[in-house]
Design a binder for this molecule. Structure first.
Ligand code: HEM
Length: 517
């Protein structure tokens, strides 16, 4: 490990960084980063050291570079097959969600991505609009019924997380593979598929707040062979993956029969993601197309990464609106004035809704940070020179093969040096005010100048769907339900495994008060 530490160095030794007394002797600076709220430490260190600094890694790991300089991050994101995700995490990702886009690297990623992209075009998302609206209406219906059946005049206290994630799961079930999880409906008796999925996810969220969740990835990184040991816990297939793939396989056989049926008559299929992927399968287009395993693994990947992320942004946005009644009233007025039926195009026309959603994605990105490791020596350009620890200026950073980077998207989105002194505050008006948003040259290349969906060939493939369903769900909820905060509640934010509220030590708990408008 020591030899390794000396090997991976380059210009990194010259970078500024926090003092050693903040580093734990086993866990380096990674411990304090984990102990505070998500991205709190990186935000403070970025204020002090600027957009490129190094921290001491855990277990004698070579120093990690924390990168939020736009030019440097664009360089990394535009070379996804040189700057890869840590190979140590591929076995657990494979077990958890399958060998789909999140897991794939190199040629495999390129091939899968090429065909998956057709399922997420603007046209494809427009085709999902009615499914999305129906699921949002059901969510409102569920909340309404609960309010009506409660006796309290001040409204009903709920954990909003349980409601939003069941809605986004319903959406991904319907638009992903034509399956209605019916998560908004309560059935007595046997545990339903959506209950199994949500119980398993809750387990992951609660587990993510423990010390073991901090240690486990460090052990995988330091001793990658651990992930391959024949230990039952290491090799268990994720419950969500198994449940979704079982459903998807059944539906795939049915879709195949329908697709063949339609093909013979020159007709069109239903157009959910599964049927679009079937059109890109080996069986249809021959060599180079998607295999049945590719399709199933991507469906389970989408079910996992496609529902909790959007739900997370919605939860924190509802918290902001609950804390800010004037903002909430203004949004409700805009939505109500648009009329009862909100079509795909109507939703796009609402400027304040657009500003609220952009602000939600800026301040509360569901995936606040990512990690990359470089496979060969490289030189990373910078937007502007930085001052090294030795006082000399650094124009670009020479890095050696194996160097690890942390890219804190949440810090990039809110940095007061870029976004102004109120950069960390939730203020939708900045998107509607001339000069409220920094010039594009000061921002990352991603959607709306935000780093939320990353950038380049490995950016979030589902961003159009995410933005649209986020708008539809917020619009439906705010139109009918009034949200207010629960006095005395202190909500922390943790990465667990997506950005989660933690209240009274419980992960995935966000109490809010609801009543009918
Ligand atoms: C607000 C909601 C969402 C946010 C903030 C978000 C964010 C992200 C980010 C940051 C990445 C890159 C991760 C990395 O490289 O480390 C990513 C990748 C990905 N996202 Fe999303 N996502 C959201 C919603 C969705 C939805 C709705 C879907 C699909 C239904 C989706 C599917 C994916 C997939 C498949 C990847 C891997 C892409 C690849 O590597 O080629 N995401 N997402």
């Amino acid at each position: 490990l020591r030899r390794n530490r000396e090997k991976v160095n380059g210009d990194v030794a010259r970078l500024p960084g926090p003092i050693q007394s903040l580093a734990n002797w086993i866990w380096g600076h990674e411990l304090i980063v984990n102990q505070l709220q998500a991205m709190e430490m990186y935000a403070s260190w970025t204020d002090i050291f600027g957009p490129v600094f190094k921290i001491t890694g855990a277990m004698l790991h070579p120093d990690i570079v924390v990168l939020s300089d736009n030019t440097a991050v664009a360089h990394v994101f535009s070379r996804p097959y040189t700057y890869v995700k840590s190979p140590a995490f591929r076995p657990p990702v494979s077990n958890l969600m399958g060998e789909g886009l999140v897991w794939a690297e190199g040629e495999t990623h390129m091939r899968q991505r090429k065909y998956m992209a057709s399922a997420f075009t603007q046209e494809a998302v427009k085709g999902m609009a009615s499914d999305i609206s129906e699921c949002a209406e059901k969510l409102v219906g569920k909340m309404t019924n609960q309010i009506l059946s409660s006796s309290s005049k001040d409204g009903l206290k709920i954990n909003v997380v349980d409601y939003t994630s069941s809605c986004t799961l319903d959406i991904i079930g319907r638009v992903g593979f034509g399956h209605d999880f019916k998560s908004q409906t309560t059935f007595a008796g046997k545990e339903t598929d959506d209950e199994i999925i949500r119980r398993d996810w809750k387990g992951h969220v609660q587990m993510g707040t423990t010390f073991l969740a901090f240690v486990a990835p460090i052990l995988f990184r330091t001793f990658p062979f651990i992930a391959k040991l024949p230990i039952a816990q290491m090799q268990t297939q994720g419950i969500i993956k198994v449940t979704v793939q079982k459903l998807a396989k059944r539906l795939m056989d049915r879709e195949k029969a329908t697709a063949e049926f339609l093909e013979k008559r020159g007709g069109k299929d239903k157009g959910n993601i599964l049927s679009i992927l079937l059109r890109a399968s080996k069986e249809y287009i021959g060599e180079g197309g998607l295999t049945e395993k590719d399709i199933l693994d991507n469906i389970s990947t989408l079910a996992l990464v496609g529902h909790e992320t959007t739900a997370g942004c919605i939860n924190f946005t509802l918290l902001e609106l609950a804390r800010n009644p004037a903002m909430q009233r203004r949004l409700r007025e805009e939505i109500t004035n648009e009329g009862n039926n909100l079509s795909y195009d109507d939703i796009q026309k609402l400027p304040y809704l657009d500003a609220v959603i952009k602000e939600g994605l800026r301040v509360w990105p569901a995936s606040p940070q990512t990690e990359r490791i470089v496979l060969q020596d490289d030189v990373i350009p910078l937007s502007r020179p930085i001052k090294g620890a030795d006082g000399k200026m650094i124009e670009s950073i020479a890095v050696k093969e194996g160097q690890v980077f942390h890219i804190p998207m949440m810090v990039m989105n809110t940095n007061p040096n870029v976004w102004g002194p109120d950069g960390r505050a939730f203020n939708p008006d900045r998107w509607l005010t001339s000069g409220g948003v920094p010039k594009p040259s000061e921002l990352p290349h991603g959607w709306s100048g935000l780093a939320t969906f990353c950038d380049g060939p490995r950016n979030c493939i589902g961003w159009r769907l995410a933005v649209f369903e986020y708008k539809v769900i917020i619009a439906h909820l705010v139109r009918s339900i009034e949200f207010s905060s629960v006095p005395g509640t202190i909500v922390h934010r943790k990465i667990s495994p997506t950005l989660q509220p933690v209240t009274d030590g419980e992960g995935g708990l966000l109490p809010v008060q609801i009543k009918l408008v």
